[in-house]
Design a protein around this ligand. Structure first.
Ligand SMILES: Cc1ncc(C[n+]2csc(CCOP(=O)(O)OP(=O)(O)O)c2C)c(N)n1
Length: 589
């Protein structure tokens, strides 16, 4: 069979396919979306975007209860949303394999926090596998289904940004049959599946016993392997840290853990007894280090390697040198090969900004003019918080804007409260707080920035986009209909690139005292590829007032001491022309 270059996410999808997954559900979140985008292309696999991660795990759990192998995938914070479901599935177990992929994001390349989801495995008492490169991502995902069925447990597979997005070689295998096996009759077993206290109490000891059995099984599993080298230094590691550590310490002995929970305690002790000094190299929290200490293995870890951010081989080498792990000749050699300076030092800073022509900008420009408290949310539109727009005052996690606005309202703040939320975020977690506002007689104005797609994570469909993950047409749930259905009386739809109309509607809503909702609808320019002729500035008419600069659109530049429009960047949305009082901006003929 041939070999192929695959990213970790492609390999996870391929491994799930080889593992005969039948049903998969996910909510996109960097660095995870490509898993489902790939999985949906395989024959014999049903895959869907769920409105959020909890729903994704519930859908996968249902399929696994019914007897089909199932998978749910998400980014690290997605597991916070799905945690309730992770915990009940840990108790119930299932009929067919259930695998949950968590893609963590050390260094927060695209996340609101840095969180180490290995803790979830321990917390929810389920096993976790952690691949170090694409071939393992394939193998471990496939294996996870077998483990899930053998031990009646959901299995977590943890990736990180570097594993998910780097490509390495994967061995292709015989494809499984695309034909779905006949489903066994649905097993009605309330004592196992109805988690009322009496039944859950019976399940808890079974879960504790299961962990013991898993630990014993992991002792003999070859994905936890000892690679003996120089016994002077023994490195315990897993995931991407294994690759960095291998590069920096080619001679050392390694215990490479493929299962990070439960830990193969005997194997760890055996390894420790065969080396002089144990060092743990792991990104983020001292998860392995603390466990090693608990079982009485003396080791060093976070004293040398940072708890913050992402590792690379240069950083591991630097820390190792400072921590005295590279000594004598090796230190001189390492010193001679000075670490490459961090890339960031060589590049000019490029703060993220809204794309040229992004319709979100229109609403933020209008909002700037009001003394409202603007509670933000997560998506491309979070960039409205950046200068020069400076239009958002908070941003916590997906769906938080509306509830936070309602809290500010109930606290008695006199300013008008405005929650700004994206369309995908609205369907993800915006509906329950919307209900809270009307139910509890709040007076928040909710503005849904509806660009018809989940733009931030790479244009995934959602319940309001009219298409499924497989790109089939489906019901297009209208946000304004949802708002009216839950009791909002004042609901309007506006195109945020129509400056005058947007200004009028926002003014009207902010002056009212009732809960209200505006859908600011304009398709994402990058997705709709809505590129028109660019605009230009007439230097004779321009008086350099600077108003156009306040929208923070990249094509608006200064050239030869005057305002100008970069013709290559401008996509012709025309918003700047609408706000120019001197009519100095016109479209190129
Ligand atoms: C719990 C959780 N899941 C996923 C993400 C990743 N994520 C951040 S914003 C976002 C949705 C953005 O789409 P939308 O609300 O439509 O706004 P847009 O980017 O299109 O402006 C997603 C999926 C996250 N931050 N948190």
């Amino acid at each position: 069979m041939e070999k192929k270059l695959m990213s970790g996410n492609e390999a996870i999808a391929y491994g799930a396919y080889l593992g005969r997954v039948r049903v998969a559900a996910a909510y996109p979140g960097t660095p995870s979306p490509e898993i489902l985008e790939n999985l949906v292309t395989y024959p014999g696999v049903y895959a869907e975007w769920a409105p959020n991660e909890k729903v994704a795990v519930d859908v996968a759990a249902g399929a696994a209860y019914a007897g089909r192998r199932a998978l749910a995938a998400m980014k690290h914070v997605g597991l916070n949303v799905a945690a309730d479901s992770l915990f009940y599935t840990s108790y119930t177990g299932m009929q067919a394999g259930l695998v949950i992929i968590t893609c963590d994001d050390p260094a927060m390349h695209s996340s609101q926090n840095e969180q180490d989801n290995r803790h979830y495995a321990r917390f929810a008492k389920v096993p976790m596998l952690e691949p170090s490169y694409s071939e393992e991502a394939k193998q471990f995902t496939k294996l996870a289904f077998d483990i899930s069925e053998a031990f009646d447990t959901p299995v977590l597979v943890r990736s990180t940004t570097r594993i998910s997005h780097s490509e390495s070689i994967v061995q292709m295998e015989e494809p499984p049959s695309p034909t779905w096996e006949e489903l066994p009759p649905y097993k009605r077993d309330p004592v196992k599946y109805v988690m009322v206290p009496a039944n859950a109490r019976r399940r808890h000891p079974i879960i504790e016993e299961r962990l013991g059995k898993l630990a014993a099984y992991f002792e003999g599993l070859d994905i936890n392997r000892i690679e003996m080298g120089d016994p002077a230094l023994g490195i315990v590691t897993s995931g991407v840290s294994y690759q960095h550590a291998r590069e920096v310490f080619p001679e050392a002995s390694f215990l490479k853990l493929g299962t990070v929970w439960p830990l193969p305690v005997n194997k760890i002790r055996e390894f420790a007894s065969r080396v002089k000094r144990v060092v743990v190299i792991e990104e983020l929290d001292p998860f392995l280090e603390e466990q090693l200490r608990l079982i009485g293995v003396e080791c060093t870890g976070k004293k040398i390697f940072p708890i913050l951010g992402e590792f690379n081989s240069g950083l591991v080498r630097d820390c190792a040198r400072r921590g005295g792990l590279i000594a004598g000749e090796a230190a001189q050699e390492a010193a001679a090969t000075a670490p490459s300076p961090p890339l960031a030092a060589e590049l000019p800073p490029r703060p993220p900004m809204l794309c040229p022509g992004c319709a979100h900008r229109g609403m933020f420009y209008v909002l700037q003019h009001y003394k409202a408290v603007v509670l933000g949310d997560i998506g491309c539109y979070t960039l409205g918080a950046a200068p020069p727009l400076l239009a958002l005052h908070t941003c916590g996690c997906m769906g938080a804007s509306i509830g936070v606005a309602h809290g500010v309202d109930k606290a008695g703040c006199k300013d008008r409260k405005v929650a700004v939320i994206g369309d995908s975020t609205f369907f993800h977690a915006g509906i329950p707080p919307l209900i809270d506002v009307v139910y509890n007689k709040g007076a928040t104005t909710v503005i849904v920035l509806d660009n018809r797609i989940t733009a931030m994570t790479g244009h995934q469909d959602h319940p309001g986009s009219g298409r499924t993950l497989a790109k089939e047409p489906t019901v297009d749930i209208k946000i304004e209909d949802v708002a009216r259905a839950v009791g909002f009386q004042k609901v309007d739809v506006v195109d945020p690139l129509d400056f005058k109309a947007t200004r009028a509607i926002v003014k009207e809503h902010l002056e009212s005292n009732e809960p209200s909702l505006i859908v600011a609808r304009h398709p994402c320019v990058l997705y709709a590829r809505e590129f028109k002729k660019p605009y230009q500035i007439d230097p004779e008419k321009c008086n350099d007032c600077g108003i156009c600069r306040r929208i923070g659109c990249a094509p608006l530049i200064r050239a030869d001491g005057k305002m100008a429009i970069d013709q290559l960047l401008c996509i012709g949305c025309g918003f700047c022309a609408q706000i120019c009082g001197r009519k100095a901006i016109t479209q190129v003929a």
